[in-house]
Design a protein around this ligand. Structure first.
Ligand code: GTP
Ligand code: MG
Length: 198
């Protein structure tokens, strides 16, 4: 599947899965979006497909509470995952999400890439590091996206990105700087995602 073969404008909500048994039956390549609560996973998907209200976005961490499946062009699923970290929900609910997300990431046979969003403004959080190390240890393909770049000057962006690269052991060419607000980095992101769909 090449990039040009996927029409991102043709996107539809499929379903919300609250347990593994509710995952879609049709097997299609999947791209999942993971990261801390409030980092901007849902906003990134909206920007990717240029549909502002497609995925619910909130200033309150913990908005996404299930695995939300969207089908693109009848060919590909985008999966919006609940966030980890400081979601304003009960410990029990967070543990339930964590279990579901972990099982999904560990076992999905159709998952092509986990897009890991990290806030460009902050130093690396332990949970981000743990997720990346876990994906590496399992040989799960992933793509790092540093987001909310619009909140920093160009100088600060470069400085922060270099420090996160060092903390994660990432090469510059293997991650994307992005803003859901301005759309900067969208073309690079789409090109990077396409490499996982070939
Ligand atoms: N300035 C700026 N704000 C952003 C960006 N991406 C997301 N936001 C804002 O950050 C907040 C959280 O965005 P969401 O997309 O709901 O974050 P999420 O990761 O899906 O959060 P959960 O579903 O709670 O895990 C919202 O107020 C967004 O408008 C960005 O690139 N730039
Ligand atoms: Mg969300």
């Amino acid at each position: 599947m090449t990039d040009s073969a996927v029409n991102y404008a043709k996107i539809e909500f499929v379903k919300s899965a609250f347990k593994m048994a509710q995952l879609p039956e049709e097997a299609l390549p999947e791209i999942a979006f993971a990261g801390r609560s409030n980092v901007g996973k849902s906003s990134l998907i909206n920007r990717l497909v240029n549909r502002r209200g497609l995925v619910k976005v909130s200033a309150r961490p913990g908005k996404t509470q299930s695995l939300n499946y969207f089908i693109v062009d009848g060919k590909l699923y985008l999966v919006d995952l609940p966030g980890y970290g400081f979601a304003k929900v009960s410990k029990k609910l967070q543990d339930d999400w964590q279990e579901l997300v972990t099982e999904y990431l560990a076992t999905s046979p159709t998952l092509r890439c986990v897009v890991v969003l990290i806030d460009l403004r902050h130093i690396l959080k332990s949970q981000d590091r743990e997720l990346v190390e876990w994906l590496r240890s399992r040989g799960r393909p992933f793509l790092i996206v540093y987001t909310k770049r619009d909140k920093l000057s160009n100088n600060e962006q470069a400085k922060q990105a270099a420090s996160l690269d060092a903390a994660l052991g990432m090469n510059k060419q293997d991650r994307v700087l992005f803003s859901a607000k301005t759309g900067e980095g969208k073309a690079e992101l789409m090109a990077a995602i396409a490499t996982f769909l070939r």
